[in-house]
Design a protein around this ligand. Structure first.
Ligand code: ZN
Length: 57
């Protein structure tokens, strides 16, 4: 399936390091929740969620 950039859905955030072991060997993980990454070093799967932007109200 292909996804158009900026089509209204938030794209998967790029993750460069595993937050648990710091390895860089990450591959997209497709579990029950859409966005995720899987670390090939420690075999953990995790998701990254944006909880805020720099915009102040
Ligand atoms: Zn890891």
């Amino acid at each position: 399936m292909s996804e158009e950039a900026g089509a209204g859905r938030t794209r998967q955030l790029p993750v460069f390091h595993c937050p648990y072991c710091g390895d860089e060997d990450l591959t997209p993980y497709e579990g029950e929740s859409a966005d995720g990454w899987r670390c090939s070093a420690c075999l953990r799967a995790f998701s990254v969620r944006l909880i805020a932007t720099g915009v102040q109200h």
